[in-house]
Write a protein that binds this ligand. Structure first.
Ligand code: MN3
Length: 204
Protein backbone atom coordinates (compact mmCIF):
# COMPACT_ATOMS: atom_id res chain seq x y z
CA UNK A 1 0.00 0.00 0.00
CA UNK A 2 1.14 3.52 -0.73
CA UNK A 3 1.56 6.13 2.00
CA UNK A 4 1.82 9.92 2.17
CA UNK A 5 5.45 10.99 2.61
CA UNK A 6 6.20 13.55 5.35
CA UNK A 7 6.98 17.07 4.23
CA UNK A 8 10.78 17.48 4.54
CA UNK A 9 10.29 20.97 6.10
CA UNK A 10 7.64 22.97 7.96
CA UNK A 11 4.41 24.10 6.31
CA UNK A 12 5.54 27.73 6.50
CA UNK A 13 9.09 27.08 5.23
CA UNK A 14 8.41 28.46 1.74
CA UNK A 15 6.83 31.74 2.83
CA UNK A 16 6.41 34.38 1.54
CA UNK A 17 6.43 32.70 -1.88
CA UNK A 18 4.17 29.74 -1.05
CA UNK A 19 1.97 30.19 2.01
CA UNK A 20 1.43 27.89 4.98
CA UNK A 21 -2.29 27.33 4.35
CA UNK A 22 -1.68 26.27 0.75
CA UNK A 23 1.04 23.85 1.85
CA UNK A 24 -1.22 22.28 4.51
CA UNK A 25 -4.14 21.74 2.17
CA UNK A 26 -1.93 20.71 -0.73
CA UNK A 27 0.00 18.11 1.26
CA UNK A 28 -2.52 16.89 3.87
CA UNK A 29 -5.67 16.94 1.70
CA UNK A 30 -4.82 16.86 -2.00
CA UNK A 31 -1.78 14.57 -1.89
CA UNK A 32 -3.45 12.33 0.74
CA UNK A 33 -6.48 11.98 -1.55
CA UNK A 34 -4.29 10.79 -4.45
CA UNK A 35 -2.68 8.20 -2.17
CA UNK A 36 -6.05 6.99 -0.84
CA UNK A 37 -7.63 6.72 -4.28
CA UNK A 38 -4.56 4.95 -5.69
CA UNK A 39 -4.81 2.37 -2.88
CA UNK A 40 -8.53 1.93 -3.59
CA UNK A 41 -7.83 1.39 -7.31
CA UNK A 42 -5.22 -1.27 -6.45
CA UNK A 43 -7.37 -3.04 -3.82
CA UNK A 44 -7.77 -6.26 -5.84
CA UNK A 45 -4.30 -6.15 -7.40
CA UNK A 46 -1.86 -7.27 -4.72
CA UNK A 47 0.90 -7.78 -7.32
CA UNK A 48 0.80 -4.06 -8.19
CA UNK A 49 0.63 -2.86 -4.56
CA UNK A 50 4.24 -3.82 -3.91
CA UNK A 51 5.61 -2.03 -6.96
CA UNK A 52 7.28 1.36 -6.73
CA UNK A 53 5.14 4.21 -8.01
CA UNK A 54 7.81 4.99 -10.65
CA UNK A 55 7.67 1.38 -11.92
CA UNK A 56 3.87 1.44 -12.13
CA UNK A 57 3.90 4.58 -14.26
CA UNK A 58 6.82 3.56 -16.48
CA UNK A 59 5.18 0.18 -17.08
CA UNK A 60 1.68 1.60 -17.42
CA UNK A 61 0.80 -0.80 -20.26
CA UNK A 62 1.11 -3.69 -17.82
CA UNK A 63 -1.58 -2.18 -15.57
CA UNK A 64 -4.97 -3.81 -16.40
CA UNK A 65 -7.32 -1.76 -18.62
CA UNK A 66 -10.00 -1.31 -15.97
CA UNK A 67 -7.70 0.50 -13.53
CA UNK A 68 -5.15 2.05 -15.93
CA UNK A 69 -6.70 5.52 -16.03
CA UNK A 70 -7.08 5.54 -12.23
CA UNK A 71 -3.38 4.69 -11.88
CA UNK A 72 -2.46 7.46 -14.33
CA UNK A 73 -4.61 9.97 -12.42
CA UNK A 74 -4.10 8.94 -8.78
CA UNK A 75 -0.68 7.29 -9.11
CA UNK A 76 0.47 10.21 -11.23
CA UNK A 77 -0.81 12.56 -8.54
CA UNK A 78 1.08 10.61 -5.87
CA UNK A 79 4.33 10.61 -7.85
CA UNK A 80 4.11 14.26 -8.94
CA UNK A 81 3.48 15.53 -5.43
CA UNK A 82 6.17 13.35 -3.81
CA UNK A 83 8.57 14.81 -6.40
CA UNK A 84 7.22 18.34 -5.78
CA UNK A 85 7.92 18.42 -2.00
CA UNK A 86 11.43 17.15 -2.65
CA UNK A 87 12.49 19.80 -5.14
CA UNK A 88 11.31 22.75 -3.03
CA UNK A 89 13.19 24.57 -0.26
CA UNK A 90 14.41 27.98 0.74
CA UNK A 91 17.85 29.26 1.54
CA UNK A 92 19.77 27.21 -0.99
CA UNK A 93 21.39 28.31 -4.22
CA UNK A 94 19.14 30.55 -6.34
CA UNK A 95 20.54 29.14 -9.57
CA UNK A 96 21.72 25.79 -10.84
CA UNK A 97 25.40 24.94 -10.44
CA UNK A 98 27.65 22.13 -11.59
CA UNK A 99 26.77 19.79 -14.44
CA UNK A 100 23.12 20.80 -14.70
CA UNK A 101 24.19 24.41 -15.22
CA UNK A 102 26.48 23.27 -18.05
CA UNK A 103 23.67 21.26 -19.66
CA UNK A 104 21.16 24.12 -19.40
CA UNK A 105 23.66 26.47 -21.04
CA UNK A 106 24.37 23.90 -23.72
CA UNK A 107 20.69 23.54 -24.65
CA UNK A 108 19.28 27.03 -23.88
CA UNK A 109 22.47 29.20 -24.00
CA UNK A 110 21.73 30.90 -20.66
CA UNK A 111 19.83 30.15 -17.44
CA UNK A 112 17.62 33.19 -18.15
CA UNK A 113 16.61 31.78 -21.53
CA UNK A 114 15.83 28.42 -19.89
CA UNK A 115 13.69 30.22 -17.29
CA UNK A 116 11.94 32.11 -20.04
CA UNK A 117 10.97 28.96 -21.94
CA UNK A 118 9.97 27.06 -18.79
CA UNK A 119 7.87 30.03 -17.63
CA UNK A 120 6.20 30.36 -21.02
CA UNK A 121 5.22 26.68 -20.93
CA UNK A 122 3.90 26.91 -17.36
CA UNK A 123 1.88 30.08 -17.91
CA UNK A 124 0.30 28.93 -21.18
CA UNK A 125 -0.61 25.36 -20.13
CA UNK A 126 -4.40 25.24 -20.55
CA UNK A 127 -6.29 23.94 -17.54
CA UNK A 128 -4.50 21.83 -14.91
CA UNK A 129 -1.17 20.10 -15.27
CA UNK A 130 2.57 20.13 -14.80
CA UNK A 131 5.55 21.63 -16.60
CA UNK A 132 8.62 19.38 -16.45
CA UNK A 133 12.26 19.47 -17.41
CA UNK A 134 13.14 15.89 -18.27
CA UNK A 135 15.69 13.72 -20.02
CA UNK A 136 14.74 11.08 -22.55
CA UNK A 137 15.09 7.36 -21.73
CA UNK A 138 18.81 7.45 -22.60
CA UNK A 139 19.55 10.26 -20.14
CA UNK A 140 20.09 12.72 -22.98
CA UNK A 141 18.03 15.29 -24.89
CA UNK A 142 16.95 17.44 -21.94
CA UNK A 143 13.70 19.19 -22.81
CA UNK A 144 10.76 21.10 -21.33
CA UNK A 145 7.32 19.60 -21.78
CA UNK A 146 3.80 20.25 -20.48
CA UNK A 147 1.73 17.37 -19.13
CA UNK A 148 -2.05 17.61 -18.64
CA UNK A 149 -3.73 16.67 -15.35
CA UNK A 150 -1.46 14.34 -13.30
CA UNK A 151 0.50 12.95 -16.24
CA UNK A 152 4.29 13.23 -16.14
CA UNK A 153 7.49 12.22 -18.01
CA UNK A 154 7.52 8.67 -16.57
CA UNK A 155 4.52 7.76 -18.75
CA UNK A 156 6.76 8.44 -21.77
CA UNK A 157 9.69 6.61 -20.18
CA UNK A 158 11.41 9.95 -19.68
CA UNK A 159 13.26 10.96 -16.52
CA UNK A 160 11.95 13.99 -14.57
CA UNK A 161 14.50 16.51 -13.27
CA UNK A 162 12.46 19.62 -12.36
CA UNK A 163 8.67 19.99 -12.18
CA UNK A 164 6.13 22.74 -11.57
CA UNK A 165 2.55 22.17 -10.36
CA UNK A 166 0.24 24.63 -12.12
CA UNK A 167 -3.04 23.24 -10.76
CA UNK A 168 -5.02 26.07 -9.15
CA UNK A 169 -4.89 24.20 -5.81
CA UNK A 170 -1.13 24.92 -5.79
CA UNK A 171 -1.51 28.71 -5.76
CA UNK A 172 -5.12 29.93 -5.59
CA UNK A 173 -5.19 31.01 -1.92
CA UNK A 174 -2.25 33.39 -2.25
CA UNK A 175 -2.25 34.28 -5.94
CA UNK A 176 -5.96 33.92 -6.84
CA UNK A 177 -6.11 33.68 -10.65
CA UNK A 178 -2.61 35.12 -11.14
CA UNK A 179 -0.71 32.06 -12.31
CA UNK A 180 2.11 34.15 -13.87
CA UNK A 181 2.83 35.75 -10.45
CA UNK A 182 2.96 32.31 -8.81
CA UNK A 183 5.30 30.97 -11.51
CA UNK A 184 7.58 34.00 -11.18
CA UNK A 185 7.83 33.57 -7.40
CA UNK A 186 8.31 29.80 -7.62
CA UNK A 187 11.85 30.33 -8.93
CA UNK A 188 12.74 31.49 -5.39
CA UNK A 189 11.90 28.16 -3.74
CA UNK A 190 13.65 25.59 -5.92
CA UNK A 191 16.05 23.24 -4.17
CA UNK A 192 18.78 23.27 -6.83
CA UNK A 193 20.91 20.78 -4.88
CA UNK A 194 18.09 18.24 -5.13
CA UNK A 195 17.44 19.07 -8.79
CA UNK A 196 21.14 18.64 -9.56
CA UNK A 197 21.05 15.26 -7.79
CA UNK A 198 18.13 14.21 -10.02
CA UNK A 199 19.95 15.52 -13.09
CA UNK A 200 23.10 13.58 -12.22
CA UNK A 201 21.11 10.38 -11.78
CA UNK A 202 19.26 10.95 -15.07
CA UNK A 203 22.21 11.92 -17.24
CA UNK A 204 24.68 9.51 -18.74
MN1 MN3 B 1 -0.90 19.78 -6.71
Amino acid sequence: MFTLPDLPYKYNALEPFIDEETMKIHHDKHHQAYVDKLNTALENHTDLQSMKIEELLMDIKKVPDEIRQAVINQGGGHFNHSFWWEILSTGGSKEPTGKIKEEIEKVWATFDKFKEEFTKNATTLFGSGWTYLAADENGTNFHIHNHPNQENPLLHNHIPVLGLDVWEHAYYILYKSQRPEYVKNWWNVINWDKVEEKFNKASK
